[in-house]
Design a protein around this ligand. Structure first.
Ligand SMILES: Cc1cc2nc3c(=O)[nH]c(=O)nc-3n(C[C@H](O)[C@H](O)[C@H](O)COP(=O)(O)OP(=O)(O)OC[C@H]3O[C@@H](n4cnc5c(N)ncnc54)[C@H](O)[C@@H]3O)c2cc1C
Length: 458
């Protein structure tokens, strides 16, 4: 298949990716640039989007990927053939105007809309919340979000938790229920979304990301349909774990565990968590501003635990099951796959500190802990799961977390510092470099297109 056919196939008319006709117009450019080689480090969404755009413009691009698979934090497990499971990103958040929607439309990928309004909230004893309790919970939620908004006008930034604690103290209400509701809102509304814990999240910036309007949508056959499609026709070397980048040498030298590669320029799409861990050595070290951005921006954790049961024993007409736990963040949020996929499968989440802590438990301990909560909600007679799939994103050496968040002390400018190219030959992409749409799959994709444009501008 010819390159331009591949590009046409990829339907890359979205958000600045070239079309087949624009590729044709770029033939001369192609000739001029053919000798230039760009190495893209990382075959996640950002790396694949960048590589597609550059390859289409005639650049010689090789993608080096440390894992034995592509996709990075897009990772669809096919272990249960009747239900492909997304262990990383699941949703297109806000389908209207989202570049991933256009991409999914072009490959006719089936999607299923879900809604946060399709939910049942259970109280600590396992009973669904009554009307009065729902009203009190809503009041607390509104009150807290309002206080957080006000805190954004203060002279000094503080953590989301300290705003919540101050509000709780001001309410002077020693009913334990009130504190539980606070913890539920912090965990369910804030920590599960941003993946940082309330004590780490900046009150100034925690909600600074933009959102596309519309419902959220799941991929019926898994998010990997998008990454497979974007990898079409690219030169990708998997199991090439990069260890060193000698970025001021000419050509640039990239050392992996197996061999050395050289290139005229390198695009780094390493996750923020990997940059923080320092497992890839930059020679010379990165400039101070970039190092400060890496150290200060937060890398959050959101872990998933899928449980498969012999039958559905929970209400099968809602998408979300929420639990006001005794302990902050303990199995607060669940997704049911009964309505959307017709499967007796539940997905439980743990985020922030709790998400990190759970990783040291064995699989059996995690399942038992989840089951304890489900027994509170649905009784001691519920069946044991027949199988499970569990993630540990913080311990994953190729991710070191789930996605970035705005930690106390960080600023949006730090994402710009992270994205800033060096000497016209070392470039940076990845979700954490996106000021407006960080933490998301669409943000990663856009950052790949942005970096390709920077390279093309020379
Ligand atoms: C549990 C979870 C749930 C999420 N849910 C959603 C969601 O519902 N919707 C949404 O929009 N977003 C979601 N996200 C976020 C989304 O998945 C990410 O923002 C996006 O996939 C990041 O893409 P990226 O290209 O920036 O990074 P990555 O996909 O991480 O790509 C970086 C690549 O670099 C590779 N790499 C790392 N180290 C090395 C090395 N030393 N040498 C070579 N290669 C290396 C990695 O293996 C990886 O393939 C979720 C993420 C997680 C983990």
């Amino acid at each position: 298949m010819k390159r331009r056919d591949v590009v046409a196939l990829c339907g890359l008319t979205i958000a600045g990716l070239p079309t087949a006709s624009s590729t044709e117009a770029g033939e001369t450019l192609k000739e001029a640039k053919r000798l230039d080689r760009t190495l893209v480090i990382g075959a996640g969404l950002s790396g694949l989007a960048a590589a597609q755009k550059l390859t289409a413009a005639g650049h010689d691009v090789v993608v080096l990927e440390g894992r034995d698979r592509i996709g990075g934090r897009i990772w669809t497990s096919t272990r249960w053939p009747e239900l492909p499971l997304d262990l990383g990103a699941s949703w297109i958040h806000g389908v209207k105007g989202n570049p991933l929607t256009s991409l999914a439309d072009r490959i006719q990928s089936k999607r299923i809309a879900t809604s946060y309004d399709s939910a049942i909230v259970y109280d600590v004893n396992g009973d669904p919340l009554g009307e009065d309790a729902e009203e009190s919970l809503e009041e607390i939620r509104e009150h807290l979000l309002e206080r957080l908004k006000k805190a954004q006008d203060n002279d000094k930034d503080v953590s989301v938790l300290s705003v919540a604690e101050k509000l709780l103290a001001d309410l002077d209400d020693d009913d334990p229920k009130t504190e539980r509701y606070f913890n539920f809102v912090l965990s369910g509304n804030i920590e599960q979304e941003y993946a940082g814990s309330a004590e780490e999240l900046s009150a100034y910036w925690y909600d600074s990301a933009k959102h596309y309007p519309g419902n959220d949508a799941l991929f019926a056959s898994g998010f990997h349909e998008i990454t497979k499609h974007l990898s079409d026709g690219l030169k990708i070397e998997t199991s090439q774990e990069v260890q060193e980048i000698h970025w001021q040498e000419t050509p640039i030298r990239v050392v992996t565990k197996k061999q050395e590669f050289t290139a005229d320029r390198v695009i780094v799409t390493l996750p923020l968590g990997v940059l923080k861990a320092g497992s890839v050595r930059f020679v010379p070290p990165l400039p101070e501003k970039k190092q400060k951005a890496i150290a200060t921006l937060g890398m959050g954790v959101l872990n998933k635990c899928y449980l498969r049961f012999p039958e559905v024993f929970w209400p099968n007409n809602v998408d979300w099951l929420e639990y006001i736990a005794e302990e902050h963040g303990e199995w607060t949020e669940w997704v049911s796959f009964a309505r959307t996929m017709g499967q007796p499968v539940l997905l439980g989440f743990n985020a922030g500190t709790r998400g990190r802590e759970i990783e040291v438990l064995t699989d059996e301990e995690i399942v038992e802990s989840a089951m304890q909560t489900l027994r509170i909600l649905y009784g001691d007679d519920i069946p044991e799961p027949t199988d499970f799939q569990i993630t540990r994103w913080a311990s994953d050496p190729f991710a070191r977390g789930s996605y970035s968040f705005c930690s106390l002390g960080s600023t949006p400018q730090m994402r710009r510092e992270l994205a800033h190219p060096l000497d016209g030959k070392l470039f940076f992409a990845g979700e954490a470099t996106n000021v407006d749409y960080y933490g998301t799959a669409d943000g990663a994709c856009q950052s790949g297109l942005r970096v390709a444009d920077e390279v093309l501008r020379g």
